[in-house]
Write a protein that binds this ligand. Sequence first.
Ligand code: FAD
Length: 501
Amino acid sequence: MTKVPSVIHWFRLDLRIHDNLALRNAINEAENRKHLLRAVYVIDPDIIKTKVGVNRLKFLLQSLQNLDENLRKLNSCLYVIRGKATEELPKLFDKWQVKFLTTQVDIDPEYVNQDVIIEKVAEEKDIFIVKRVQHTVFDVHSVLKKNNGAIPLTYQKFLSLVTDIQVKECIEITKKLSDHCKAPEKDLKGYEVPKLDEFLDESALEPCKYPGGETEALKRLHMYMAKKQWVCQFEKPNTSPNSIEPSTTVLSPYISHGCLSVKLFYHKLKEAESGSKHSQPPVSLMGQLMWREFYYTAGAGAKNFDKMVGNPVCTQIPWGKNDEHLKAWAEGRTGYPFVDAIMRQLKQEGWIHHLARHMVACFLTRGDLWISWEEGAKVFEDYLLDYDWSLNAGNWMWLSASAFFYKYFRVYSPVAFGKKTDKEGLFIRKYVPELKKYPTAFIYEPWKAPKSVQVSAGCIVGEGYPKRIVDHDKIHKENMQKMAAAYRANKEKKAIKRPRS
Ligand code: FAD
């Protein structure tokens, strides 16, 4: 057993050195107490196997590798603990004689539940815990308090609550850890950063389109922030869901894993906007960051935010069940090339544009397939590099017109929508290669191509590419009726519940 006691910084969604107050607190505490610093990350192989897709796992492991490299520059290193945090950390508290622990505040119930258990154990063992808000720009619990505990249900309301909040400057860690606070290298045995083949077959080891890690995150941030004019003119609706290279920043995977501090992004945006005419929320880049804060605030305030039942902000809609359709959607086999191209891009690369997410989420739910947004959210959880508990649930509710957005009669057409920004169908040709030789006239609607055209394009609909699983023109009108009925039923229910005056 180690003689010198330890201070732990428990990394969760803050896989970075920059703007990491909780880590700095741990380093300072170790220095002041002359304790050893142990920077830990806990990886649960059961969750990895069931909930994390290949791309996200690669991204995570690259981020951990990079975090270890960056910690080593500070004369420290990363311990990766395999197992459940609530079981493994208490064992280490004894083994390493832990006296002090720092970590990040999060609202994801998985983390909140872990916190309750760890805090209880820590209290029994006399371990002092410090938690820092460092995954959002604002302290979302304070924002809720400012709104008398009520969830701001509109973006504008949310903005009015945060408009006068001063956002503190980012902090930096510049001093190296003293040698006497560095844990001996031999203690690392068994806690090294995992290699991919610990979880995956050799066959899955292809490189990622978006490599993980803090170093890559900062590079990407600086690259975009250097384009001052681009930042100032950014308007989300004018970006393209189907450009071959992304038309937005793709900073989301880095923010979700905490490789990039949102506060740093916020300050850099302020800097880029300062002194110039610039676009405004909700469509500006700053506006995008505020959407994130908005959903975090709602997620922190609502019970069961990732579910329909028991969720106070979610309209109850009698979604149907159709496993075949759900599978066809998830695998990009709906027979609608634009929808299929997006879902295949998601599976291959782990990131799709926001408006592409609009298209496929609307199609799965109120638009075409009448399947619950919860099912779609699970598929996104598996495939998205940037999967985030509150953003995923909040946006799925928006798109299915279950919360925040109620214009259910505005349905995305799987044919017309993509054509606005990609008439030639280049995006479809890339991700649905079996259609790549189709004439432009039929690339969004291959079922309309005469048989002779299908033959000469080398792909017959119903053989080389699936027939449409639904007829959009017909089904979306039926679904609108069902939405109208669900809204009426919810309104009546609320009226019954409301006490009579
Ligand atoms: P940019 O346009 O460059 O925006 C910069 C940052 O602002 C993003 O990195 C992100 O952190 C934030 N942001 C942008 N749009 C939104 C938004 N609508 N809501 C909240 N934050 C936003 N985003 C996730 O990070 N994780 C998710 O799990 C997720 N699930 C989604 C599910 C659905 C059904 C939909 C419609 C959207 C979802 N989004 C999610 C939101 C959004 O699509 C992504 O954040 C965005 O596309 C990321 O690309 P970007 O970094 O290039 O964004």
